[in-house]
Write a protein that binds this ligand. Structure first.
Ligand SMILES: Cc1ncc(COP(=O)(O)O)c(C=O)c1O
Length: 386
């Protein structure tokens, strides 16, 4: 007899990204759905991994990550955001931002604690809070602009609020928090015991004239923050799953208690390769210009259609409103429209409703432009008649 499992996550299915990528592969569509580059990373980076392996760097690294990588991350944060994190006690290397976020939740959230999540949001946030036994308090970002609504955030705070999770540059909207937004958040959190979890995985994809304002830059936020980033986004290696958490020493100590029994540590040769590669800041400093050109190419192409473009301030995502399209399918739900777009037009995209707990449908879909120019041209050619 096979004992039956009682699902601990009865509401969860397969993520929309997996579903749309599967459909895109099945019908041979251009996949602008899931967020990953379809081009190679810098060969110097793969050579550095091979070299590290050949040098025998193949056994367990220290639990928090190899020190040269933690030092490189600390130095970068200091150079860019002017806050010093001690590499020994305040920087931890994780298996991507995904593991970082769950580890933080398990370390911070006690049963019944409330965690404020701003919607639309990346799909792991809500399950992570729930896996930690927390209660998700959803606060909408302003529809249309996706800017934080501080009155609503303030109103959502109770004596049970343990943490708030923010994400700038923002997936899915591409919105970027301004200096004054970070100051306002700092002011609201100042009299509270609320921990800030700041997901900054797209920190190097902010387009001129805007800039990234890391929580690290604001002393009142840095003192209460876990700051999460990911090498996958920055160096075009989403499959490597290497990320970082920067946090004050006492926060980091709690994080590592969970980390050591979740994954213990992260693969050694990639960490050494990343540490060596980080010695040159050019790749991450040049990333905004690299992606801004792709964003502009894609936006110019979409401007020839009846898609209405939303602002593209950061990330490698471009959102578009479908309500003005010249096809009857514009009246479908976002999710059905994306299935139609993939199967019939041959371009995969993601419905924004997938980023809301209640499936809020605002006729907006998300394209990923982290693709070769050929891929972007091929997609634009298919979208041309819409
Ligand atoms: C906002 C956000 N946070 C976290 C992640 C996960 O990053 P990683 O691939 O490093 O686990 C992603 C990946 O798409 C993301 O968009």
């Amino acid at each position: 007899m096979t004992p039956q499992l009682i699902s601990k996550q009865p509401k969860l299915g397969t993520t929309i990204f997996t579903v749309m990528s599967g459909l895109a592969a099945e019908v041979g569509a251009v996949n602008l759905g899931q967020g990953f580059p379809d081009f190679e990373c810098d060969p110097q980076l793969t050579h550095a991994v091979t070299k590290a392996m050949q040098e025998g760097l193949n056994q367990y690294p220290p639990m928090p990550g190899v020190l040269p990588l933690r030092e490189a991350v600390s130095q970068k944060i200091e150079n860019l955001y002017h806050h010093h994190y001690d590499a020994q006690t305040e920087i931890t290397i994780t298996a991507g931002a995904t593991q970082a976020l769950l580890t933080i939740m398990l370390a911070v959230v006690h049963s019944g604690d409330e965690v404020i999540v701003l919607e639309p949001c990346y799909d792991c946030y809500v399950p992570n809070v729930e896996m930690a036994g927390g209660v998700v308090v959803r606060v909408p970002l302003t529809p249309g602009t996706f800017k934080p609504d501080f009155d609503k955030i303030q109103a959502a705070i109770t004596s049970k609020t343990r943490a708030i999770l923010i994400n700038s540059p923002h997936n899915p909207s591409g919105m970027v928090w301004r200096h004054e937004d970070m100051l306002k958040l700092q002011e609201i959190l100042a009299p509270t015991q609320i921990v800030l979890i700041s997901d900054e995985v797209y920190e190097h994809m902010v387009y001129a004239p805007l800039q990234h304002w890391s929580a690290a830059h604001f002393d009142g936020l840095a003192a209460r923050a876990f700051i999460v980033s990911s090498f996958g986004k920055t160096y075009h290696v989403t499959g490597w799953k290497v990320g970082t958490v920067a946090a004050p020493a006492d926060y980091t100590a709690e994080l590592r208690k969970v980390h050591q029994f979740m994954v213990f540590t992260v693969n050694t040769p990639m960490q050494h390769a990343l540490a060596r590669y980080m010695a040159d800041p050019a790749p991450y400093l040049e990333l905004p210009a690299f992606y801004q050109r792709k964003r502009d190419l894609f936006r110019q192409g979409l401007a020839q259609t009846h898609f209405k473009l939303l602002p593209g301030e950061g990330t490698y995502f471009q959102c578009a409103d479908i309500s003005g399209l010249q096809v009857p399918e514009k009246n479908l739900s976002e999710a059905e429209f994306c299935q139609w777009l993939t199967a019939e037009i041959g371009v995969a995209a993601i419905p924004l409703s997938a980023f809301y707990g209640n499936g809020f449908d605002q006729k907006v879909i998300r394209f990923c432009f982290a693709k070769t120019d050929e891929t972007l041209h091929a997609a634009l050619h298919k979208l041309k008649g819409l």
